[in-house]
Design a protein around this ligand. Sequence first.
Ligand SMILES: NC(=O)c1ccc[n+]([C@@H]2O[C@H](COP(=O)([O-])OP(=O)(O)OC[C@H]3O[C@@H](n4cnc5c(N)ncnc54)[C@H](OP(=O)(O)O)[C@@H]3O)[C@@H](O)[C@H]2O)c1
Length: 283
Amino acid sequence: MYAITGATGQLGRLVIQALLKTVPPEQIVALARDPSKATDLSERGVIVRHFDYDQPDALAPALENIRSLLFISSSALGARLAQHRAVIKAAEAANVEFVAYTSLLFATSSSLNMAYEHVVTEGMLRDSGIPHALLRNSFYNEVFLSIAAPAIQQGVIFGSWGQGRIASASCADYADAAAVVLTDQDRSTRTYELAGDTAFTMAEFTAELARSTGKPIVYKDLPKADYRAELEREGIPAAFAEIIADNSAGSAKGALYDNSHTLSRLIGRATTPIAATISKFLS
Ligand SMILES: NC(=O)c1ccc[n+]([C@@H]2O[C@H](COP(=O)([O-])OP(=O)(O)OC[C@H]3O[C@@H](n4cnc5c(N)ncnc54)[C@H](OP(=O)(O)O)[C@@H]3O)[C@@H](O)[C@H]2O)c1
């Protein structure tokens, strides 16, 4: 049986959708912090089990009879290490045969501060001895929609993205890749650097947004500290503002760029360009 953590999240739901194309629902276990959010999945025949990273003792029983686990990284940035350790220990205790983990593009050499928790988690997986695949995802196209919405209102995008090229792909592209890896007969330990086929600078993203909305929108590049201050001025909590500013400044140095086309090869089709995600958002 296949199990997916974070099954009620954006990525988890799309992975289950992708799996259902080839796997009978009774072979899929949706692991949910709040099973009441997954009633639509149980109505489709998917098995739903309670799975809260913060309740370590309950995790191994929830993994009973699971051969392949998609471990979607926790959304609790900065507090993930204890949670991730608990999930990997539970997978060991439950004799899970294979784990696919959603990491970050080029995690071990990434300049992004958020890489740290992924690198440590990758090390925990290595130490566990469980055969595993590292799905080192670049950013989702959808991440940039949170920049687009206020920009359409205000006519400006601030950031420290510089001339860095961003090779993002849609969340559905990464979900399809996770489903392919999870159902593959290959149980060898391996790493995938996953990114979009096409890349853009933030100035190009801004121009595409202006073109598709017909509104004047400009990009204003700022030093990292100024961008962080701007985010705080807009009401974003300091710790989160630091993460966003760090991602932006890291991207200026190429942290979100990859040209290997590994993702499109894995899913057997081109990845979704940012313009298509913008267009879907606006319609
Ligand atoms: N590559 C990127 O651009 C990108 C962007 C955003 C996030 N991420 C990473 O990728 C992961 C998946 O992305 P996403 O868009 O699907 O995020 P999401 O929509 O926020 O979903 C996160 C999932 O994790 C679950 N979760 C949170 N805390 C948990 C806990 N203590 N125990 C068990 N489950 C817990 C959530 O459960 P609830 O439904 O109960 O909240 C939800 O199902 C994120 O968690 C984050 O690590 C990557």
